[in-house]
Ligand binder design. Structure first.
Ligand SMILES: *Cc1c(COP(=O)(O)O)cnc(C)c1O
Length: 406
């Protein structure tokens, strides 16, 4: 086999389908985020409209102060796995902060949210005898990979469909171990799971629940504990999983659960045991971010206000976007080539950075621009974005809402 030809061929196919991914080479500006320098073919200042640093915590003075302090106290890396010299006091404090955030006995830190899902689901489903995983059809790749890796039996239930979930649960013996895996805010459509009803079904059929709150922690609930906190449901969930890399603005992932469950995953998960711990400065920064958002609601209020403003401006000029109760605004284009074209022109001609979201991240035909407003976007930023999108909608002959409705 000619290996190079094989690689080239596969990439050409991806390009032809409009699904080839190109990085935006960015340099974020501390103190003026969402501003960044784009270092592509030409260097230009851009405004980021697709970041998961939803609240701008990646530049918060408390977070940067804690990171600088830890760096000066402890140096750069953790120096080992958690078991072999890599557990620093900052890791211990962060896990206590996370357990408290979710009202759980314990929390366990991983190098990323992806790894936390992969390792925790893989270990729980793989080691509980005869465990069946009931997995929402739109679960994130990290959950799917963890479940697959566990080799446990899995049943995929229709997205957010309680009837389908119940039908599948009812088919299983009541005493067979079951784990229902789902998300609160789904990141591409921005819809929210019926958490209380899923917990009711879990009680009825004697199942554990595993909730990915990656797109909700920091953003919802009086202390940023997520949608489950907002709805008063945290104690009903067996496992709450989250990231420190999105609204908390730093990096890392975790689960929060009972002391025994966390200790079990800590003791058996390869993806926890055999990897170097996150740097102490990262742990300290994340802890500072969580601590701040536990006591400050201002960021969450401003965030929701900006989201509402962008939605109403899109409505005013008739640009179709998916209605949902969250902070994610999916503007539907429905064509991978046009989606990429619009994104390219936005960046090149308007200094607006919105990454196109194409297959396989979303189903074919639902290609979209996923807009994530933050408290640090100004009214002028919004006006500029709306003007640019309006012009491009015209140019690409995309339907406006009143027409689309017909
Ligand atoms: C981003 C994401 C993850 C992974 O979290 P990272 O910290 O980025 O690795 C897990 N679940 C969902 C739903 C996500 O969107």
């Amino acid at each position: 086999m000619n290996y190079q030809d094989f690689f080239k061929g596969a990439l050409t196919e991806l390009r032809d389908q409009g699904n080839y991914r190109v990085f935006a080479d960015l340099e974020r500006h501390r103190g003026s985020f969402p501003r960044a320098t784009s270092r592509g073919a030409q260097t230009a200042d851009v405004t980021i409209w697709c970041s998961n640093d939803y609240l701008g915590m990646g530049q918060h003075p408390d977070v940067l102060g804690a990171m600088h302090d830890a760096l000066d106290r402890c140096g750069a890396g953790a120096g080992g796995t958690r078991n072999i010299s890599g557990t620093t006091h900052d890791h211990v404090l962060l896990e206590a902060e996370l357990a408290d955030l979710h009202g759980k006995e314990a929390a366990l830190l991983f190098t990323s949210g992806y790894v936390s899902n992969w390792a925790a689901l893989g270990t729980l489903a793989g080691r509980i005898p005869d465990c069946v995983v009931l997995s929402d059809a739109l679960n994130h790749a990290s959950m799917i990979e963890g479940i697959r890796h566990s080799n446990a039996q899995r049943m995929i239930w229709k997205h957010n469909d309680l009837e389908d979930l119940e039908a599948k649960l009812a088919r299983l013996p009541l005493d067979q171990p079951k784990l229902i895996a789902f998300e609160s805010v789904y990141s591409m459509d921005g819809d929210i799971a019926p958490i209380a009803e899923i917990c009711d079904l879990a009680d009825k059929y004697n199942a554990m629940t595993y909730l990915d709150e990656v797109h909700a922690v920091g953003l919802y609930g009086p202390r940023g504990g997520g949608v489950a906190e907002q709805e008063g449901l945290m104690d009903r969930l067996t496992v709450i999983e989250g990231t420190l890399g999105k609204a908390f603005g730093v990096m890392g992932g975790y689960i929060a659960a009972s002391a025994e469950l966390c200790d079990f995953v800590r003791s058996f998960a390869s993806g926890f045991i055999f990897t170097t711990a996150v740097p102490p400065a990262v742990a300290a920064g994340a802890a500072a971010s969580i601590k701040h958002l536990k006591s400050s609601n201002a960021e969450r209020v401003a965030h929701q206000a900006k989201v509402a403003e962008v939605r109403s401006e899109l409505d005013r000029i008739g640009i179709p976007h998916v209605e949902n109760p969250s902070h994610i605004i999916p503007v539907m284009v429905g064509d991978p080539v046009k989606c990429k074209f619009i994104s390219d022109v936005l960046l090149k001609d308007y200094g607006v950075y919105i990454q196109p979201i194409n297959y396989p991240t979303v189903p074919k035909g639902t290609e979209r621009l996923r807009i994530t407003p933050s408290p640090v976007h100004s009214a002028a930023d919004i006006a500029h974005l709306i003007g640019a999108l309006g012009g491009l909608w015209e140019q690409c002959q995309l339907a406006r809402m009143p027409m689309a409705a017909q």
